[in-house]
Design a protein around this ligand. Sequence first.
Ligand SMILES: [Fe+2]
Ligand SMILES: [Fe+2]
Length: 443
Amino acid sequence: MNSPTKRILSSVFGEGGIPLFIYSALWMAGVFALSVFVLGGAFPFAPEARVVLFPSFAAGLLGGIFFPIWGGLASLLALVFLLLIHSGATFVVVTATALPFAGGVVVGSRVSTRSSLAVFAVAGETVRALFASILLSPIAGGDSLALFGGALLSLLHGTGYLFVALYLGEYLFSLMTRPRLSEVCSDGHPLVREMKERAMGTFVHARNVSILAEAAARAIGADFLLARAGGFFHDVGKLWNPTFYGENQRNQPNVHDTVTMDVSRSIIIAHIDEGVRRVRKHRLGKQMEGFVLTHHGDGPVYHFPEEKRKVRDRYPGPVPSTKEEGLVMLADALEAVTRCVSGPLSEEELEEMVRYVIERAKRDGQLRECPLSERELDLVREVFVDCLRNLYHGRVRYRSSDSYGGRKGDAHCVGAEREERKEARYPGHKADDSPDAPESEYH
Ligand SMILES: [Fe+2]
Ligand SMILES: [Fe+2]
């Protein structure tokens, strides 16, 4: 399939594609049949008015969660088709059913937790029951109160259908819906718990990357829930041989000294494939696989100091192709460089460090397929500096600290001495350096 068609399909049907659309249409048809033909038979309404029992707001919520807004509204067509079969789709029947459905799609596209979803489902279905029973009352040919009472049944089977179809869909299609994205970064997820128990250093690194990526995504209007989860899971491959990574070594002897350089190198690079394997095992979906695959792009392996590198190895790629992947790559590199820096940093040095990391990624072509604009990168730089100031506040040196017993002359680091410090921190930092600057980083 060519890429424009793929783009159109993904903008309408989202991550789950057409199979998910068929899945949700089948659910809707099943619940429609249950409501209208099974439950409806127990009520003395005219057959056309039995649609009052169909929880169309809850069905819309599901569409709004599963698909981008246009895909959710497209499922209205499936609903109208059902109405045509059932009642000839008169104006009043379509209005009483389709309007709450469309409202559900809009609300569902914004809901990001299951608890708020439950609240919206109950409140929305109550309003729908009232609205539909008023509209359908003239054609129902019976007691209006009984019509409303019957419509309120949707609170039971509507919310049940919504949550069962949602959980099952997430599982079957490895789908990262917004509610699921909000949940996976918590201790409740087995991968997060495993990171905490077996690789605390990687957990702390991933959490910081997640904080940086989320803040940057919020600033440029990208999907911050996705960026946050991507930051959390980008290095899960390090759960295989965690002590081979600096952040988990603490004061133990360096395990790299016990194996050959080739073995070390292959273990480090393998954290990409191993990460994809774990993401698949936990059904975290294609987008999370993307973060694992692209967080180093096809850039150099900075893990080893230059003098220990026999060849200039590079990661296999691909490079980031979404804004969120680009943000996680930059946040990851930045967090790693931050850990290589000793001593407190001044505001200017923080800014310089962030600029250095972004420019290095650009020079090395790591952002060549990423849709982040220069304007967005400027915003990202500002947000990263702000976040680092908060994350590593104890390590930020303010000029005014000289007045509180700081070493006399610290302030002149900003001048000549700063150049020496900078060279020590980012060897080969100058504009004409090679893209694969030879510092050793762990990320
Ligand atoms: Fe990392
Ligand atoms: Fe990594």
